[in-house]
Design a protein around this ligand. Structure first.
Ligand code: APR
Length: 315
């Protein structure tokens, strides 16, 4: 197992910057490398982040890559490169455009960092995680998508908004694909251990679920020229932290299923245990009839994208 604590971030845009900044502020990675096809963007942000790290006397060094050689020996490679969703654009519209970028990036990464763990952030998330898996040829433990931590955090916040108390004590649970078919699990959501159903009416819970599903679009609607980045960036940094620290904590992440939950040849969000080897264990949660149906639909929507990707890129 590589002892490296180096993290590379491909795509130094909005999300990539927050990932880099969060990691630099934590001082977890000894070296953080920013890669962007706009090298000056990576250089400017790396310099700015290095100054911030210096201000807090962090030992993390942030560098911009001149070429992919600088990604060598990375323990974790975060991939945010791609086009963000514009207002009115579905995640599916992005499929082929971002798949081409993902394949190009992963082919370069695997040459210089063949033992790294890939954390995929580019949307459409589940399909891009699948693309990275196929393009890398890595075992599934080492190719993980970020979505569940973000969606769960969003749901927890909306629960707080309904209640008006309990911030920081809310554990919300969301599995399934990232997007319209995510599967929020109010049955497994609690406030300081109290089940949600003891605190909110079914109508209020349904409203929380709906708002969670549309949270990304709600933010796009406000920002107009881009999509969310603070929570996506921080959620990604949480995954990187768990891997670097070998914390063995459980987080909902997008992973390739090989029979778990009754599905194969598909990526979907499920609870996984993160450690130095990546997604070291997949946890199977008991789902009731309704939740199983929502999960089936989520699987179906990702399978449709995977079929298109297989036909175009991986046949
Ligand atoms: N190689 C390297 N960098 C690239 C490439 C490439 N082939 N293609 C694009 N990029 C870079 C862009 O130059 C840009 O700096 O990726 C960065 C993307 O950043 P933003 O446009 O700011 O997008 P961001 O909001 O960070 O979202 C990135 O994460 O949450 C998802 O839906 C979101 O897919 C999107 C991704």
């Amino acid at each position: 197992m590589s002892q490296s604590n180096k993290v590379s971030i491909i795509g130094a845009g909005n999300v990539g910057s927050i990932v880099g900044y969060s990691l630099a502020m934590q001082g977890l990675a000894h070296e953080i490398v920013l890669v962007d096809r706009d090298v000056d963007r990576a250089k400017g942000k790396a310099l700015d982040m290095s100054h911030a790290a210096s201000a807090i006397r962090s030992h993390s060094i942030v560098k911009a890559a001149e070429s992919y050689d600088d990604v060598g020996d990375s323990k974790v490679v975060v991939i945010t490169a791609g086009f963000p969703r514009k207002p009115g654009m579905s995640r599916e519209d992005l499929l082929f455009k971002n798949a081409e970028i993902m394949i190009e990036v992963v082919e370069k990464v695997k040459k210089v960092a063949p033992d790294s763990i890939l954390v995929v952030v580019t949307n459409p998330l589940d399909a891009m995680t699948y693309t990275a898996l196929r393009a890398s040829g890595f075992e599934r433990e080492r190719v993980i998508g970020m979505a569940g931590i973000l969606d769960s955090a969003r749901m927890a916040y909306f629960i707080y908004e309904k209640l008006g108390y309990g911030a920081g004590q809310i554990r919300a649970s969301v599995i399934g694909g990232h997007g319209d078919f995510m599967v929020p699990l109010p049955r497994y959501s609690t406030v300081a251990g109290v089940p949600l159903s003891d605190l909110l009416t079914q109508k209020e819970i349904d409203e929380v679920v709906e708002r969670t599903k549309k949270a990304g679009a709600e933010i796009v609607g406000y920002l107009k020229t881009g999509s969310a980045y603070f929570a996506p960036g921080k959620s990604t940094a949480i995954m990187v932290e768990a891997i670097l620290k070998d914390s063995k904590q459980i987080f909902p992440c997008a992973t390739y299923l090989e029979g778990e939950y009754g599905y194969s040849h598909v990526v979907n969000g499920v609870p996984v245990m993160l450690g130095r080897n990546g997604a070291e264990k997949i946890i199977e949660v008991t789902l009731d009839h309704c939740e199983k149906e929502l999960f089936r639909r989520s699987i179906q929507s990702v399978k449709e994208m995977i079929e298109l990707l297989d036909k175009k890129f991986f046949s």
